[in-house]
Design a binder for this molecule. Structure first.
Ligand SMILES: C[S@@+](CC[C@H](N)C(=O)[O-])C[C@H]1O[C@@H](n2cnc3c(N)ncnc32)[C@H](O)[C@@H]1O
Length: 216
């Protein structure tokens, strides 16, 4: 039996996408450090970065709450970057942008040093298998050093995870690190939206662990 496919009926959802997305940072040169002006026109506004931002719910809420600040999400998955664009568009947020890139590369080589007022690392993949433990970025001194170098003098690094094991390991590494120190992070310290993954995990009854670091 012969099957015929009518290709005119097949649509590619990505074919409709603009490239790059209107709020996407697409550097001319992927091998040189960016300037703050390459990210946002009003480069003097405080810059916050959400690493592994997922669908951008956190970014959208932060962008609305703090129109005077700039928010950049870094995310490797195209579909999630598209959602960040769609959210920024529907809420008319010119202060929310997206960079589709690996976070390790972005923090080490591309993002402008000494320019980030707050860096958020929320619910990163916990890599529970022993053979993948080296992928836990919070347990790598070189990753922490890159984060440190991106922050302004009074900048902060905020980390949340539901994985007690990941958190304990990260806390141990942090204790042996002489360039960051922890500060209190009470629940109501400031407006801080719950992320998509956090909501899912809280609904499942899991407990979140949080760490707030400043330059030592
Ligand atoms: C568990 S999800 C958390 C998403 C979001 N932060 C939240 O809390 O809802 C982890 C996200 O980080 C992204 N991600 C993981 N490793 C990454 C990497 N090396 N570079 C860029 N994005 C990464 C994943 O694609 C995913 O969207």
């Amino acid at each position: 039996m012969e099957f015929k496919i009518d290709c005119s009926k097949i649509t590619d959802p990505m074919a409709e996408d603009p490239f790059p997305f209107p709020n996407e940072i697409y550097p001319q040169d992927w091998f040189s450090e960016l300037n703050s002006e390459d990210l946002f026109e009003n480069a003097y506004a405080p810059l916050e970065i959400d690493l592994g931002c997922g669908d951008g719910t956190f970014l959208e809420q932060m962008g609305k709450e703090y129109p005077e600040r700039n928010f950049l999400g870094v995310e490797r998955l195209l579909g999630r970057c598209r959602k960040v664009w769609k959210k920024a568009e529907r809420s008319n947020l010119s202060n929310v942008k997206i960079l589709r890139l690996d976070t390790n590369y972005a923090v080490k080589w591309l993002l402008p040093k000494g320019s980030v007022s707050r860096l958020h690392f929320l619910c990163p993949d916990p890599w529970p298998k022993k053979k993948h433990a080296s992928r836990r970025q919070m347990c790598r001194m070189d990753f922490l050093r890159s984060i440190h170098d991106l922050l302004t003098d009074d900048g902060e690094f905020l980390f949340k995870t539901d994985s007690a094991e990941y958190f304990e390991e990260a806390a141990e590494v942090q204790e042996s690190c002489d360039f960051f120190r922890t500060v209190d992070w009470p629940e109501e310290a400031f407006f801080y939206p719950i992320t998509d993954f956090e909501k899912q995990w809280l609904d499942e009854g899991r407990i979140m662990n949080r760490m707030r670091l400043v330059r030592a």
